[in-house]
Design a protein around this ligand. Structure first.
Ligand code: NAD
Length: 341
């Protein structure tokens, strides 16, 4: 019997709808060449729906997500006003306990990168730490943010990273600022070291976050799997994206024990909204990660191979890659390659 996956699609804000729609066409093309079906269910979420729903993540959308196997999420705008709703990505990560944020950073053919042949992954703890945005105004002009780090969350993300390292080059670097944040990063470091005893075949080392930011520029080829806390991982993975080729190419997966949400690492780039000029590859690669997570490895590999073929030819490039092609030119080229594979 043909397997059917229910996929929630959240188009997002800014450039979100155009790149998500392009990716849906890629998914439809790969489905044609595979023996599974995708039941795509569209939900409302993001800055654009606050006026109508008084929230950026309506209850109906949460219910929709609960009834799906995975979610493909376009980037969403998050207001910086103090009373604005918390980011949709942060809410979904918490509701579904998507504790590992996985961001593969690799070079692509014909795409400028700091060094050639880079291939590493940033695994970021996704549910706690400074990025949770738990903060309050203690007095006028005095703000306090909580940086909650627990053994439980640190252990589960460390275990996830070790399992991933085992499938790769068996090298894990854990990144912290344990010399200053002795309690919180002490807990994180201890959790990684304890988890390491179960994975003796994986070599480990560690770096302070500031040294890691430098090392990522100086010797990015020395990394395989990086594991770190939430905010450090957020910053480091954007840096890593730039080192390997730019935000337009980097995808991210948010993985929990029972659900996964897949999205580009970049944001909603509002200044390019509706211009059909941004690079859709990051979210197309997120769709590939989603199929891989669902166990459809062949289909995931087809998308990746099609992307690599198009970039290798170097004819169709969006402006961020130095060309003049549109979002649809690039996604159509990927679709054409999928049809030929
Ligand atoms: P951004 O990633 O949206 O854009 C930064 C710059 O990167 C853009 O101006 C553009 O030059 C480039 N860029 C990004 N995506 C690109 C693409 N696909 N192709 C080509 N170039 C691309 O970051 P920002 O300006 O800091 O944030 C804009 C909004 O996005 C904010 O509201 C922020 O909160 C939100 N955001 C959302 C997510 C998410 O939904 N997961 C992630 C990051 C930022």
């Amino acid at each position: 019997m043909t397997k059917t996956y229910k996929i929630a699609i959240l188009k997002g804000d800014g450039i979100g709808p155009e790149i998500t729609e392009a990716t849906v066409k890629v998914l439809e093309a790969v489905q044609e060449k595979s023996d599974f079906k995708l039941d795509l269910l569209y939900g409302e979420a993001g800055f654009h729906c606050i006026e109508k729903h008084k929230t950026n993540l309506p209850e109906e959308t949460i219910t929709l997500l609960r009834h799906t196997d995975a979610c493909l999420k376009g980037p969403m705008t998050t207001s910086e006003e103090t009373d604005a709703p918390v980011s949709v990505a942060v809410k979904i990560r918490k509701i579904f306990n998507l504790y590992a944020n996985v961001r593969p950073c690799r070079t692509f053919p014909n795409v400028e990168s700091l060094k050639p042949d880079l291939d590493f992954v940033v695994v970021r703890e996704n549910t706690e730490g400074l990025y949770s945005g738990a903060e309050f105004l203690a007095a006028p002009g005095v703000g306090i943010a909580y940086r909650i780090i627990t053994t439980k969350a640190s252990t589960r993300v460390a275990e996830f990273a070790f399992k991933l390292a085992r499938k790769r080059k068996k090298h894990l670097t854990y990144i912290h600022k344990g010399n200053i944040l002795r309690i919180t990063d002490g807990i994180f470091k201890d959790a990684v070291k304890t988890a390491a005893t179960k994975y003796p075949d994986v070599a480990i080392d560690d770096l302070h976050i500031d040294a890691a930011a430098m090392q990522l520029i100086k010797k990015p080829e020395t990394f395989d799997v990086i594991v770190t806390t939430n905010l450090f991982g957020d910053i480091l993975s954007d840096e890593a994206a730039q080192v390997t080729g730019g935000l337009g190419l980097t995808a991210g997966a948010n993985i929990g024990d029972t659900y996964g949400m897949f999205e580009p690492v970049h944001g909603s780039a509002p200044k390019y909204t509706g211009q059909n000029r941004v690079n859709p590859i990051a979210i197309i690669m997120a769709a590939s990660m989603m199929l891989d997570h669902l166990g459809e490895h062949e289909a995931a590999a087809k998308i990746e191979a099609a992307v690599i073929d198009v970039l290798s030819e170097g004819r169709i490039r969006t402006p961020d890659l130095g060309g003049t092609a549109t979002t649809t030119d690039l996604s159509n080229a990927v679709i054409q390659k999928i049809c030929q594979l």
